[in-house]
Write a protein that binds this ligand. Structure first.
Ligand code: SF4
Ligand code: SF4
Length: 643
């Protein structure tokens, strides 16, 4: 067991308990299948396998004597660049799809066609609308929202080649001009995706540089048509996150409750489950439960926690384990990161596995074709499945095993919330306390820690150890995505964590800010900004700081890190931060090492062009050291103290 789960400082005792239960009950988990997959294919890991046509698969051999060209003559640099771009397309498509659904919902809300939804945050509506050039004065919110939604939808349909509305409206002049010079301003995300798929199919683009520029452009699609558009509209419809303390880890599941685990990404469906859980409490009670308990797994856990304070269950790699508790009555999923294995495991515990998106189906699932116009009725239908399953669980005497592992975290740190906390210190210049602390070196720098929990790196507690090392060196950490579940469960997102993990100088700043904001305790050293699409909040924060200092984002002493990434979405998010001129740390190694061109571009040439740089390191302490060295170099270039 210890060998299987890795009993180290940060190991979650709940994981250990449930892995043991799964083993006893003969339930295969992802970690078991990963073991069987080893050793994984070296060509695939290097990125030099091509399956783009039926002359292949072709594989470029890094060693002497093997083939150096595919049948069509493509070399390793071309094959790696094409594969990487296609991965970025996968990620950007996911995020753009998420955002487009929200844009359509905003229009439906404005036109009264989605009666279950509201404009909850008029201040955000007005601020985004003003930035996008939508007239706001004296107009009703619905009219403003309709025009704003049309601006978003126009971005997905324009054929005139003009820049996306969301790029023009949501970037500073400095950043816009920089991207324009580099040829990175995109017009229509769908066209960009089409061209990327076209150029990477057999017999098209054979220029590795041209292909890598297309990858940076795909990063722009990801951020502006995906992350930022989704965050802006979600805030308008569901409310901009504000600080709140929530419960995390396995103990959020309660044996006596109807437990609904929401898994996926988009708050459109899950928000309705949270709302109706309270309204259907009497039905739950009639079935013998105390209430309906909606808990979020994966990124929807982030969405529900930051916006509604819902229980924060666990990350992607724990989704199977939540089912093995036997206490989940329904697992309701929308899109992305939904492993096919979940429906199979759910069957073993009589958990109702419910899919809700037309393109995310599973033959073992109950499918509810969720539509915004019938959202309220369908949310009730889904929850009644959970109530019925609870009744069956109790009637059938199904044994449950809910680990006691439990933690708390302070969440909801949107840029707006952070500015409001900082205003307590300096109402005229809210960013001044942070800027001053960075200038003096009390805050050495900041790192956005994002992405997934990868079982390949979970055993070494890559995320926890790297973050502990960053904090010890006075580097502030902001988080999004499943990485935040890892850190919440390990106790990094509390005031007590400041005392335990932050360096003396960083701890002093956080204590002073916490006191000034009236929290009665230090701010946590890790600030939770939301889900993966909320990486746009990290960009917004960096843009605000750079604007305040009148420098480019690429000059700031900051970095991004996806220390255990899994998905193509991490590739497209990372591509955006490279386009923004930021150091991006990635582990496990991205599939680029078969291409000398790619390695040189991402580590030596790009830093000289726009400041972007890739760092690949799977050892947590070495990764932190590499990031800190970069932060110190940036400090030196700015002439700051403490380099
Ligand atoms: S298709 Fe490519 S990555 Fe997959 S096994 Fe074959 S060589 Fe490896
Ligand atoms: S596109 Fe070229 S390298 Fe790729 S499979 Fe076809 S022949 Fe092989």
């Amino acid at each position: 067991m210890a060998e299987k789960t890795g009993r180290t400082d940060y190991a979650n005792p709940g994981d250990i308990e449930l892995v043991g239960k799964a083993e006893k009950e003969n339930i295969p988990l992802g970690t078991d299948r990963l073991k069987k997959m080893m050793p994984q294919c070296g060509f695939g890991e290097l990125g030099t396998c091509c399956v783009q046509c039926y002359l292949g698969p072709c594989r470029i051999d890094p060693f002497e004597g093997g083939p150096k060209l595919g049948v069509c003559g493509a070399n390793a640099d071309v094959i790696v660049a094409r594969n990487f771009l296609r991965a970025a397309v996968g990620g950007a498509s996911s995020h753009a799809g998420h955002a487009r659904e929200l844009a359509i919902l905003l229009l439906e809300v404005a036109e009264g066609k989605a009666p279950g939804y509201l404009i909850r945050d008029e201040a955000k509506l007005l601020s985004v609308a003003a930035r996008l050039g939508v007239a706001v004065d004296g107009r009703p919110p619905e009219a403003i929202a309709a025009d704003l939604a049309r601006k978003a939808i126009e971005d997905f349909g324009r054929q005139d080649g003009k820049p996306m509305n969301w790029i023009r409206g949501r970037t500073s002049k400095k950043e816009y001009e920089k991207w324009e010079k580099l040829g990175l301003i995109v017009s229509n995300p769908h066209n960009e995706i089409e061209v990327a798929m076209h150029r990477t199919s057999m017999g098209n683009d054979a220029d590795p540089l041209n292909l890598w520029i297309a990858t940076l452009r795909m990063g722009m699609v990801d951020n502006f048509a995906g992350l930022m558009l989704a965050t802006d509209i979600s805030d308008i419809i569901f409310g901009t996150p504000s600080p709140k303390v929530v419960s995390a880890n396995y103990a959020v599941i309660k044996d006596g409750s109807v437990n609904i685990a929401c898994h996926g990404h988009n708050p459109i469906m899950a928000s309705k489950l949270v709302e109706w859980a309270d309204k259907l409490e009497s039905e739950a009670k009639a079935a013998g439960a105390d209430r309906i308990n909606v808990a979020g797994v994966c990124c929807i856990g982030n969405e529900l926690a930051v916006r509604f304070g819902a229980s924060y269950a666990g990350h992607l790699a724990q989704a199977e384990l939540f089912l093995t508790t036997g206490a989940i009555d329904a697992m309701v999923v929308d899109m992305q990161c939904i492993w096919p294995s979940l429906a199979t495991i759910a069957k073993c515990y009589k958990t109702r596995f419910i899919t809700t998106a037309p393109f995310v189906r599973n033959p073992d699932a109950i499918h509810v074709d969720f539509r915004t116009e019938t959202a309220d009725a369908q949310a009730q239908e889904i929850l009644r499945h959970g109530i019925a399953a609870f009744h069956d669980r109790k009637a059938g005497g199904i044994e449950t095993c809910i680990p006691k592992a439990s933690s708390k975290m302070l969440t909801g740190i949107s840029v707006e919330a952070l500015v409001s906390v900082l205003s307590a210190v300096d109402a005229d210049d809210p960013l001044a306390p942070v800027v001053n602390a960075v200038a003096s070196g009390d805050i050495l720098g900041a790192v956005g820690v994002v992405g997934c929990p990868n079982p390949k790196l979970r055993q070494s507690q890559m995320t926890e150890r790297m973050v502990a090392e960053l904090l010890r060196n006075d580097v502030l950490v902001v988080t999004t995505g499943c990485a935040n579940h890892i850190l919440a469960q390990a106790g990094f997102i509390t005031s007590e964590a400041t005392e335990k993990y932050a360096g003396k100088r960083l701890g002093g700043v956080l204590a002073a800010l916490g006191k000034a904001a009236g929290l009665g305790a230090p701010l946590p050293p890790v600030l939770h900004m939301g889900s993966c699409v909320d990486n746009s909040r990290i960009y917004d924060l960096l843009a605000a700081l750079a604007g305040r200092l009148d420098i480019e984002i690429s000059q700031l002493p900051v970095a991004g890190s996806a220390p255990e990434f899994i998905t193509e979405k991490a590739i497209s998010i990372g591509s955006f931060f490279l386009a923004a001129g930021i150091l991006v740390h990635m582990a496990p190694p991205p599939r680029v090492f078969g291409s000398p061109f790619a390695v040189e571009l991402l580590t030596s040439k790009l830093p000289g062009i726009n400041g972007g740089k890739a760092l690949v390191e799977t050892n947590p302490e070495k990764a932190a050291a590499g990031i800190i060295a970069h932060i110190r170099a940036k400090r030196q270039s700015l002439g700051l103290a403490r380099v």
